[in-house]
Design a protein around this ligand. Structure first.
Ligand SMILES: [Zn+2]
Length: 398
């Protein structure tokens, strides 16, 4: 089982000699800067080295001209407890995913819990317990935002108020429980929104035996904050219906690795054509029937860029800053005041790409050389990605 995050503070950390700095900001995805200064887990300066106060740092990281990007945010996971998933009987899946550059995960429901309660008091208790448990325990430092109840028939406004007051900030995928009609979902999504709880709806055919279809009209009527796995999980609505959802709804367009890959590309391209790339967010929908994909976020980025012609610097924003803004997180963007969560990448050894972005454009997966969460180094060279050509080095001072 992975270790809980250390509770220590990072102190002052200087990251210098950055070759490419991806901001996470879709309006300005590449920054003209080579240095980041961190103090106790937060970014305090970003710029050229000569303009930054780099003195007396406890930790100095030489990026060796590699790329630094915000840590990836997986917008759609199904955790249960700890670093364990019963879906494929795996331990350590969150640690493995951190080695794929992910520093934050958002639960779309703790649906795989064996014997998951479906009565109202039971589902509320589970959500509160999951929220607390992952707030207290960060597998390998990864921030897992969990406690996402699956709504059931019979819930009343007071239930949503109770959940919000108890610290629950997310709804699990609407449609996975007994609430499947548009008018019912709409009422509960509105109650959730009233109390500050963000909602996601399952889109498309059933995921596993026992779940059901949520079609375009239900998605539009329910009006959840996130059109969850718009490309299906796995079975997608028609490409026409998906494009219509992008056009008629103004909500977040969530594309997942464990969905229909052809429709993933269509949805991303539709968002660009509609001039709303800021609405696109990425996830894996893992663990799932197709397993746990530690590199799922990187694979999805590579798919969208290589086969969908999405510029790589934008695709990284789909996986970082867009999600942070839509979900109101303090990570995902390289700017002063944000969490110092970073993934260091370089083109994989022997990739035919000219550099990192070109290698992704050609369909290769980047090599991860280091992952940092709140200023603390969580891994060096990834054990899961193909080896990065160059990796950062660390010097620590007492
Ligand atoms: Zn789903």
């Amino acid at each position: 089982m992975a270790e809980a995050a250390s509770t220590g503070k990072s102190g002052k950390v200087v990251i210098r000699n950055i070759g490419l700095l991806l901001s996470g900001d879709i309006d300005k995805p590449i920054l003209e800067a080579d240095t980041i200064v961190v103090m106790d887990g937060l970014i305090v300066a970003v710029g050229k080295e000569k303009d930054c106060d780099t003195a007396q740092a406890q930790t100095v990281i030489d990026a060796h001209q590699t790329c630094v990007a915000p840590g990836l945010i997986d917008s759609h996971v199904h955790p249960v407890f700890g670093d364990w998933t019963p879906r494929q009987s795996q331990l350590g899946w969150i640690d493995s995913t951190m080695h794929g550059g992910v520093t934050t995960m958002i639960s779309a429901g703790e649906v795989h819990l064996p014997g998951r309660p479906k009565d109202i008091v039971g589902l509320k208790a589970l959500a509160i317990t999951a929220q607390r448990a992952f707030d207290n325990f960060r597998p390998s430092g990864v921030k897992v935002l969990a406690g996402a109840p699956i709504i059931e028939k019979g819930m009343v406004e007071q239930d949503f108020k109770d959940l919000a007051e108890a610290g629950v900030g997310l709804l699990g995928e609407v449609g996975l429980g007994s609430v499947k009609a548009g008018y019912e979902a709409k009422e509960m999504v509105a109650w959730a929104r009233k109390y500050g709880i963000q909602s996601t709806i399952h889109t498309g055919g059933p995921s596993i035996p026992g779940s059901g279809l949520i079609d375009k009209d239900v998605v539009l009527e329910a009006d959840a904050d996130v059109i969850g796995h718009i490309n299906g999980g796995h079975t997608s609505l028609s490409e026409n219906d998906v494009c219509e959802l992008c056009e008629k709804s103004s909500r977040a367009i969530e594309i997942v690795h464990n969905g229909n890959e052809r429709v993933a590309i269509a949805a991303a391209q539709a968002a660009l054509q509609l001039k709303c790339p800021h609405r696109v967010i990425l996830g894996t929908d893992s663990p799932a029937g197709s397993g746990v994909q530690p590199l799922g976020m990187l694979r999805l980025i590579s798919l969208l860029c290589s086969l969908g012609n999405i510029p790589p610097e934008l695709a990284f924003c789909f996986a970082t800053g867009n999600t942070a803004r839509i979900r109101q997180l303090n990570c995902g963007l390289i700017e002063v005041g944000r969490d110092a969560d970073f993934v260091f990448m370089d083109k994989a050894q022997h990739s035919t790409g000219r550099g990192l972005l070109d290698s992704v454009r050609l369909g290769d997966i980047p090599g991860v050389g280091m992952v940092m969460i709140e200023g603390l180094v969580r891994c060096g060279r990834s054990r899961n990605t193909p080896p990065a050509t160059a990796i950062p080095s660390v010097a620590t001072h007492a």
